[in-house]
Design a protein around this ligand. Sequence first.
Ligand SMILES: O=C(O)[C@H](O)[C@@H](O)[C@H](O)[C@H](O)COP(=O)(O)O
Length: 266
Amino acid sequence: MALSGYKKDGRELRVFENADELSCNLADYIAELSEASIKERGVFAIALSGGSLVTLIGKLCEAPYNKTVDWAKWYIFWVDERVVAKSHADSNYKLVKECFLSKVPIVHGHVHSINDSVTAEQAAEDYEFVIRQLVKARVISVSEINDCPKFDLILLGMGPDGHVASLFPNHSVFNEKDQWVTFITDSPKPPPERITFTLPVINSASNVAVVVTGAGKAEAAHLAVDEVGPDYPALPAGMVRPINGDLVWFLDIAAASKIEGAKFSE
Ligand SMILES: O=C(O)[C@H](O)[C@@H](O)[C@H](O)[C@H](O)COP(=O)(O)O
């Protein structure tokens, strides 16, 4: 690791020489949280984003994790999803299924994907209903501070514009505070129709990781982590600050290159 355990205002920054090193550490981090959560609550409720993150969690499908993780206790959710058929190339479900779910023994009934046969608005409503039922059943914990679901882990990627989930800068969706899951029909990143967890839900999680690689994201990572720039605090990634949970940024050197004060060893 080029930089480990670097703390900045309550957030931990982990910076890696390359994506492979990052993937190994990310797998360790997820496996540790899974173990702790299963010990404490008997289950592990994890929400995933799409994009490059899905490849970066791939080490979990390999030894030792494929044997040591208690997959039967995992419950899978999507932080955001494109409203397309599950068989569509743009589907985050399809991506996760092909790269991850098909390689580890997660119980089929524990995989909670969206209803892909209705409008974005209805899909968001349906997904929130499913989450509410699972909060009642205590599969998902509940925040002590608000009535939001408290996922054991939320994994986020970040776009070059600083978006996380489908919360885009200068988009009204970013300000949604009442719903747990909302929808958009004009996403700046295609496809246009998406559902997404809202910021209060992301910030109610026990653990949140933002996973970012590549020089194309260095500026947004700097603005979000250093909390600066004309758009601040409108940059969604900068607004990810769990109220009562831990936040870790996983970056490669290229993505971390503009962050102030982060000194990397060679
Ligand atoms: O469905 C999506 O589009 C994603 O969930 C989105 O939020 C993604 O995580 C970021 O855009 C980063 O994607 P990359 O890592 O592929 O750049």
